[in-house]
Design a protein around this ligand. Structure first.
Ligand code: LHQ
Length: 255
């Protein structure tokens, strides 16, 4: 059975992590299938937005911990290999994809699974979903961008609490803290997330691509550099057909 399912409707490519019996824990195969799906999203013009979610009761439980032998005497495990080959390229691909990515967190998001969700552009969650930075229990540092996203999204105090204590944070708490965009009742999550993705798919893909670039660049830029970047991106978008048409439509609208 495929570890990742994809479908395309109304310009939205839905990508579903599909190992529900393990709460969609990552294996190399799942990484490879997800990479292929995101490459398709990058290349194909008819894909104008991505919606990422999980099958079953979980979103993603991070690395599949049953993949490696940890028995005494087994070979040392070099975790940098899987971060370098799979997780880091995945986070970069999500952030750099020049199209909007919506994440519908349908259940628990743990470890790298939580941070992959946070790498998406708009994160919505079911009311019963939760976020857990489970790394410290394993004696690990948060990875997949966790140490970058968390302090920026919720501040150092909450980032430290979440990562050191590894407690489950409810979707409502995550929304109240500004970790995610919105929480919906479980039975409405996919229809609301789908509506957001379709709205994004019907807008200016180029505009959204450059908007992402500007917002994500700001964390490392001075105000001066950011103003220059906005000027350059706006110049490019001002030449677009979308801008001309949208202004003309606004001016023609009966008052
Ligand atoms: C799992 C997993 C799982 C395997 C649930 N693996 N089976 C990157 C680079 C390289 C290596 C190291 O790591 C990383 C990044 C990381 O992601 S490290 C963090 C890895 N993830 C975790 O530590 C989370 C482990 N899972 C849990 O703590 C719990 O399962 C959570 C809190 C996610 C959910 O708890 P429950 O709702 O109580 O579900 P459960 O524990 O009963 O899980 C359901 C099944 O899924 C169960 O299998 P079973 O056969 O007993 O029904 C679990 O064994 C399996 N499962 N997570 N990561």
């Amino acid at each position: 059975m495929a570890a990742v399912l994809t479908s395309l409707d109304s310009g939205v490519q839905t990508i579903t992590l599909n190992r529900p019996e393990k709460l969609n824990a990552f294996t190399p195969e799942m990484h490879k299938e997800l990479r292929r799906a995101l490459e398709q999203a990058w290349d194909e013009r008819e894909i104008r937005a991505v919606l990422l979610t999980g099958a079953g009761r979980g979103f993603c439980s991070g690395q599949d911990l049953s993949e490696r032998s940890v028995e005494a005497g087994s070979a040392p495990i070099d975790l940098s290999v899987s971060l370098g080959s799979y997780y880091n390229p995945l986070v970069r691909r999500l952030r750099e994809l020049p199209k909007p990515v919506v994440c519908a967190v349908n259940g628990v998001a743990a470890g790298a699974g939580a941070n992959i969700a946070l790498a998406c552009d708009i994160v919505v969650a079911a009311r019963s979903a939760s976020f857990v930075q489970s790394f410290s229990r394993l004696g690990l540092v948060p990875d997949s961008g966790g140490t970058y996203f968390l302090p920026r999204l919720v501040g150092t105090a909450r980032a430290m609490g979440m990562t050191m204590l590894g407690e489950r944070i409810s979707a409502e708490q995550a929304e109240a803290w500004g970790l995610i965009w919105k929480t919906y009742d479980d039975d409405r999550l996919m229809s609301e997330a789908g509506a957001i993705a379709r709205k994004l798919a019907s807008g200016s893909t180029k505009g959204f691509g450059l908007l992402k670039r500007a917002i994500y660049a700001s964390a490392g830029n001075s105000l001066d550099a950011q103003l220059d970047l906005e000027r350059d991106l706006q110049r490019e978008l001002g030449f677009s057909e979308h801008y001309r048409k949208a202004v003309a439509e606004f001016l023609q609208k009966p008052k």
